[in-house]
Design a protein around this ligand. Structure first.
Ligand code: NAD
Ligand code: IPM
Ligand code: MN
Length: 361
């Protein structure tokens, strides 16, 4: 049966990088027998400009009816002053995540051997890093109520967001992390701020309980988020699977990306319990380099590999994409974000073409 994809390029570098991922899909279709078809739809600021809404109903319906969604990025300075009810990040991105119930966000940070020198860390610290950040994606402070800014009687204003988790939300993300750890080195580190926050103590208790009751074979440790941020840089190889809340996961995954060389390399999968999946690079719309061929498309291409692995059950083709990316890096091809001092850099499209060529062999 044909795999039906929704492709949502979005804003800034979104179209630049998604174009390259589609080249890869096209080769898999034409040369490797992947039975796939995709439809593009507007999302984010681009959709707001076209339709007055960052997540038009037609785009949401397409995403809901697809077997998987591939997304570029949304947001940009021209939409920063919109009300929160219309901001691309909040309405389109958080809207898609919530509507599709994509509570489990997998963000693997793995150092390609060829790129050890591009890491922000010393080669001996960077070599062999292989971390899976499991980020809760549909709750926490991003969605908690009450929220907003209100006028106080004395004329001051009060801004408020709420960090809320219920035990069932913690249980389901914990299970995802434990299951993944079973297929890796069998270790989970849960990251929280239980020394200060009640909700974090609940998080810790529930994760421990799920671990003891259902995953006694997995080794569980707990770490405060400030220490985790430090340990990621000091000794990243101590981590295998990290599980954490929506906002801590957002921050720690950007940090982890620099251990691998660039934020332009880190893919992600956002999954629901019912089998929905959205795939996107962890980076944003990078307005500073949009449309000028400087964006690294590899995070999006690797997100496409995750899509084949997790949503389409095309494991062999996912492996092929990852091997092709490794090949291109081994050949010394570098976009500006991962090129060393004085090293020649290639553009977004050339990088996509190189992956396509490596796939064709
Ligand atoms: P960003 O990730 O867009 O950019 C941060 C820095 O990394 C910039 O210097 C950028 O040039 C660089 N960068 C990012 N992706 C790159 C790539 N593929 N290749 C090379 N360099 C890359 O974060 P930001 O600047 O904080 O945010 C810009 C906009 O994107 C904002 O509107 C923000 O809200 C939005 N955003 C969207 C998403 C998303 O759609 N998933 C994620 C993060 C930020
Ligand atoms: C990400 C982004 C989003 C997030 C923003 C743009 C809403 O930073 O996907 O990491 O914080 O989840
Ligand atoms: Mn982020």
């Amino acid at each position: 049966m044909t795999h039906k994809l929704a492709v949502l390029p979005g804003d800034g570098i979104g179209p630049d990088i998604v174009r390259e991922a589609c080249k890869v899909l096209e080769v898999l279709r034409a040369d490797f027998g992947l039975d796939v078809a995709w439809e593009e739809a507007p999302v984010g600021g681009t959709a707001y400009d076209q339709t007055g809404h960052p997540l038009p109903d037609t785009t949401l319906e397409l995403a809901k009816s697809a077997d998987a969604v591939l997304l570029g990025a949304v947001g940009g300075p021209q939409w920063d002053n919109l009300d929160y009810t219309l901001r691309p990040e909040r309405v389109a991105l958080l809207g898609l995540r919530k509507e599709l119930d994509l509570f489990a966000n997998l963000r693997p940070a793995k150092v390609f051997p060829e790129l050890v020198d591009a890491s922000a860390l010393r080669p001996e610290v960077a070599e062999g890093i292989d971390i899976m950040v499991v980020r809760e994606l549909t709750s926490g402070i991003y969605f908690g109520e009450p929220r907003g800014v209100e006028e106080l009687p004395d004329g001051r204003r009060k801004g408020l967001n709420s960090l809320v988790y219920t035990s069932d939300e913690i249980e389901r993300i914990a299970r995802v992390a434990f299951e993944i750890a079973r297929k890796r080195s069998g270790r989970v580190c849960s990251v929280d701020k239980a020394n200060v926050l009640e909700v974090s103590q609940l998080w810790r208790d529930v994760v421990s309980h799920v671990g003891q009751r259902e995953f006694p074979d997995v080794e569980l440790s707990h770490m405060y988020v400030d220490n985790a941020a430090m340990q990621l840089v000091r000794d990243p190889k101590q981590f295998d699977v990290m599980v954490t809340t929506n906002m801590f996961g957002d921050i720690l995954s950007d940090e982890a990306s620099m251990l691998t060389g660039s934020i332009g390399l880190l893919p992600s999968a956002s999954l629901s319990a019912e089998g929905a999946g959205m795939y996107e690079p962890i980076h944003g719309s990078a307005p500073d380099i949009a449309g000028i061929g400087k964006a690294n498309p590899l995070a999006t291409i690797l997100s496409t590999a995750m899509m084949l692995r997790y949503s389409l059950d095309e494991i062999e083709l996912a492996d092929r994409i990852e091997r092709a990316v490794g090949q291109v890096l081994a050949d010394g091809l570098r976009t500006p974000d991962i090129a060393g001092e004085g090293e020649r850099a290639i553009g977004t499209a050339e990088m996509g073409d190189a992956v396509v060529a490596a796939l064709r062999g």
